[in-house]
Design a protein around this ligand. Structure first.
Ligand SMILES: Nc1nc2c(ncn2[C@@H]2O[C@H](COP(=O)(O)OP(=O)(O)O)[C@@H](O)[C@H]2O)c(=O)[nH]1
Ligand SMILES: [Mg+2]
Length: 246
C-alpha cells in the first residue's frame, strides 16, 4: 500500500495538556497525509484539554474533514489504560494498519511521527523513537534523570535484549498485528519495556528511530521532577524488565 494512503492513527493520551494539545494535533495533521487520524484520550482533565480538541474536531467537520477526535474518559484514569483504549478504537473503529503514540507535551516533535511510520512501511513491526542512539538526544532532562534512564536502559538491555537502547521511550509506532497480539500491561511508563520485550520475544522486528527529546512546552510533568519520583518510577521499570527477561 502507498504510504500516503496507509491508515494510521496517532493516539494522544492527555491529562492537563491544554496549552500543548492544539499545536501538537495541528503539527501532526500538517505533517501527515489525510489517511492519518488523531485520537486524543483525555481523562477529563480539569484544565479542559478535551474541550480544545472538541473545538478542533468541530472546526474540521465544518471543512468536511474527520481526522481528529477526542475520547473524554470520566471516572477512569491512567496512562497505560488510556493508550490501550485509544489503540482499541484505532483498530476496531478506524481500521488502522499502524498505531502511533507519544507524550503530548511537545517533548516529542510531531515532525518525527512520519519518520516512525516510514520505519514501519520499510518493514519494521514496531518503531521506537530513541534518545539513546546516534542522532538522538535528551535535552529535556537533567543529569540525574538522564543517568537514571541510562542505568535502567542498561539493565533492560541485559534482561530483554540489546536491540533497543531506549526501552522507556514512550514514542512508538506499531503494526496492527502486533497490537492485536500484545496488549499493554502496567499503569505508567513501564508498559513500554513490557511491550518491547514481548514484541522481541514474539519475533517481531523492532527498530529504533533517533529523535531529540526537548523540554516540555507548557504545564507540569506527571512523572515528577525530583529524585524520589524518579526512583519510584524506576523501580517499576526494573520490575517490568525483570518480568519480560529473556
Ligand atoms: N489520559 C491520560 N494521560 C496521562 C495520564 N498521566 C499522564 N498522561 C499523559 O502521558 C504523557 C506523559 O506524561 P508526562 O507528564 O509528559 O510524563 P514525563 O514525560 O515522564 O514527564 C503526557 O501526554 C500526559 O498528559 C493519565 O492518567 N491519563
Ligand atoms: Mg513528557
Amino acid at each position: 500500500m502507498e504510504l500516503s494512503s496507509l491508515p494510521v492513527c496517532t493516539v494522544l493520551p492527555t491529562y492537563n495538556e491544554r496549552a500543548n494539545i492544539g499545536p501538537l494535533v495541528e503539527g501532526i495533521l500538517a505533517h501527515t497525509p489525510p489517511a492519518h487520524r488523531v485520537l486524543v484520550v483525555d481523562d477529563n482533565s480539569p484544565d479542559g484539554t478535551w474541550q480544545v480538541v472538541e473545538e478542533l474536531a468541530a472546526a474540521q467537520r465544518r471543512t468536511g474533514e474527520h481526522r481528529v477526535a477526542v475520547l473524554r474518559r470520566i471516572g477512569e484514569k491512567g496512562l497505560t489504560s488510556a493508550i490501550q483504549r485509544g489503540i482499541d478504537i484505532a483498530l476496531a473503529e478506524y481500521g488502522a494498519a499502524v498505531v502511533t503514540w507519544m507524550d503530548c507535551d511537545l517533548s516529542m516533535p510531531p515532525t518525527d511521527v512520519p519518520r516512525l511510520v516510514q520505519a514501519i512501511a520499510a518493514g519494521a513491526d514496531v518503531a521506537v523513537g530513541s534518545r539513546w542512539v546516534p542522532g538522538g538526544a535528551d535535552l529535556a532532562h537533567g543529569l540525574t534523570a538522564r543517568t537514571l534512564s541510562r542505568v535502567i536502559n542498561g539493565f533492560a538491555g541485559l534482561m530483554v535484549g540489546p536491540q533497543v537502547h531506549d526501552y522507556t521511550s514512550g514514542f512508538i509506532a506499531a503494526r496492527a498485528a502486533v497490537l492485536r497480539e500484545i496488549r499493554l500491561r502496567g499503569d505508567y511508563g513501564e508498559y513500554c519495556i513490557d511491550l518491547l520485550g514481548r514484541s522481541l520475544r514474539a519475533g517481531y522486528r523492532v527498530v529504533e528511530v533517533p529523535y531529540i527529546c526537548v523540554p516540555r512546552h507548557a504545564g507540569e510533568s506527571k512523572t515528577g521532577v525530583n529524585l524520589w519520583d524518579y526512583l519510584v518510577k524506576g523501580r517499576k521499570y526494573v520490575a517490568a524488565a525483570w518480568r519480560v527477561r529473556r
